[in-house]
Design a protein around this ligand. Structure first.
Ligand code: UDP
Length: 508
């Protein structure tokens, strides 16, 4: 009966839609899941977001601000049973989990199922309960245990991705058609099967979710099986950017795909200037200091350099990158995450560099207010690791990128930016570098950095074309999230379809 569709931007009313979001507790998964939950709440659905205590702090400012503004949204903070999985104290923050304990970490997350189910039932127990019974579980694809949870609750389950359909389809086809079968060399390039256009990848670049990660063999199979049984997929992309790949992935999975992005634009749409700078860790620079610095620069003159929440540059790489930025002649903001872990030489190098580029280069040691920076008119390009959120944020801001993938889905995202969207320049990395698991040292030299930055920021006619395409894409991105746009419509459709709980398939 479409009860949920009657919901308005103010929330409340008689809507009983209640979406339970279970993000993976990595910031690249958590941040877009929270933005998506907030977006659903703008359509009147109650959004409950499950987080562990250390992650609650990372998202509380945005959730509290939304709640204060009248949105029906709340955090469900559940501790992990660390001891049961042999994890040290503090390890509910994955940044503090050593890689050899990652399997334990995922098992600890799976233990959330029982307390979460208990909590959700208790919350909505009795006619006088303020919280409606859940109508839908939206779980990150890395939580195969959510299948049983949703089944126990008797509600549908959607799988959440912050990935483009191009990446999802390539990954799916490579596996479905066994593209790597008989290929001994991890770096040998193979053609992605089943696509109209020709793309090549290696197993090292696109191994598939949890494939080839020691200890995760069974987990990878579970993730795939549970995904095939989902009631649909929600992802942070938008239809107009990749209509063929969205349709192709939906067909390949035989499943509906709701594209709802770019979800970072939630903060702009709500006029939430304060929350745009409060996504994830506490920032190492005050938002107004950052804005003041940018205000003093020419439009589109600054290049922003950041590699997301996980990838860390090795010492030698940090030096080459710094020298490349200096040589490019462009103003830059460089987010140096692990500045203190490189030893005295690099500390000294960074200090001297800062002196030489004073006024032109800004180093942020720690977490940056990324979306705030990318949205500033002074920024003209983005050197990125092509984590999907960063890529989508570049698209939303209309910025061309230097594509510098490190691992996971980043090589496919880089391919998408460079070869499909035509908004990127490839820095030339062909093999993954995995933080804290480095097999070998791969360093992009200063000349390559300088050249890539120059071609994105200047680059003659080709550069101008790239910038024009990026701006046109951003206009489409903004239109997608506006009233009448595809992502906006998909959010409404989600509330309508999954706002009725267990009965939704009988009535939808
Ligand atoms: N981010 C940020 N400040 C930083 C680093 C990252 O706000 O200093 C945000 C960024 O805007 C994005 C997310 O963290 O939303 C990182 O996700 P992405 O998919 O780009 O990369 P990952 O961290 O998963 O590698």
């Amino acid at each position: 009966n479409g009860r949920g569709a009657a919901a308005s931007d103010t929330g409340g009313g008689d809507v009983k839609a209640h979406f339970v979001f279970i993000p993976l507790m990595f910031q690249g998964h958590l941040i877009p899941a929270v933005d998506t939950a907030l977006l659903l709440a703008t359509h009147g659905a109650l959004a409950s977001i499950v987080v562990t205590p250390s992650n609650a702090g990372r998202v509380r400012p945005a959730v509290d601000a939304a709640h204060k503004s009248g949105l029906p949204v709340r955090l469900l903070v559940l501790p992990l049973d660390l001891a049961a999985e042999g994890l040290p104290a503090g390890a509910d923050d994955v940044d503090k989990v050593p890689p050899d304990l990652w399997t334990n970490y995922f098992r600890a997350l799976a233990r959330l199922a029982a307390p979460l189910e208990h909590h959700l039932r208790a919350d909505s127990d009795g006619a006088a309960a303020a919280t409606p019974y859940p109508t839908c579980v939206v779980a990150d694809f890395c939580h195969p245990w959510a299948r049983e949870l949703a089944a126990n609750l008797g509600v549908p389950r959607l799988t959440f991705f912050s990935m483009c359909a191009f990446c999802l389809l390539c990954q799916h086809n490579v596996e479905r058609f066994e593209a790597y079968a008989g290929v001994a060399d991890d770096n040998e390039l193979v053609v992605v099967p089943g696509l109209e256009k020709r793309f090549v990848v290696s197993r090292a670049q696109a191994p598939g979710f949890f494939r080839g990660t020691p200890g995760f063999e069974k987990f990878g199979d579970d993730v795939e099986e549970v995904l095939t049984q989902a009631d649909g997929i929600v992802t942070n992309s938008f239809l107009e950017m990749e209509p063929k790949y969205v349709a192709g992935y939906a067909a390949a999975r035989n499943m509906k795909v709701w594209t709802v992005g770019p979800v970072s634009l939630y903060h702009h749409r709500r006029g939430a200037a304060t929350t745009v700078a409060a996504r994830g860790n506490t920032t190492a620079i005050a938002a107004d200091e950052c804005l003041r610095w940018l205000d003093g620069k020419e439009p589109s003159s600054v290049v922003y350099v950041s590699f997301g929440s996980i990838a860390h540059a090795a010492a030698k790489q940090a030096v080459e990158l710094g020298l490349g930025l200096e040589a490019s002649g462009h103003p830059f903001i460089w987010v140096v995450k692990n500045a203190d872990q490189h030893g005295d030489d690099v500390t000294e190098f960074l200090r001297e560099l800062e002196e030489r580029v004073a006024g032109r280069g800004l180093l942020i040691r720690g977490w940056a207010p990324q979306v705030l920076i990318l949205s500033h008119a002074a920024v003209g390009g983005f050197v990125t690791h092509c984590g999907w959120n960063s890529t989508m944020e570049a698209v939303a801001a209309g910025l061309p990128v230097v594509a510098w993938p490190h691992f996971a889905d980043q090589f496919l995202n880089a391919k998408f930016a460079v070869e499909v969207l035509g908004i990127g320049v490839d820095v030339g990395v062909t093999e993954p570098v995995i933080y804290r698991m480095d097999q070998k040292e791969i360093v992009v030299g200063r000349e390559a950095v300088e050249e890539a930055v120059r071609s994105v920021m200047d680059g003659g006619e080709e550069g101008e074309e790239r910038r024009r395409r990026a701006r046109a894409l951003a206009a489409k991105a903004r239109a997608a999230v506006e009233e009448g746009g595809s992502s906006h419509g998909n959010l409404l459709d989600l509330v309508k379809t999954f706002g009725l709980g267990a009965g939704c398939f009988a009535t939808a």
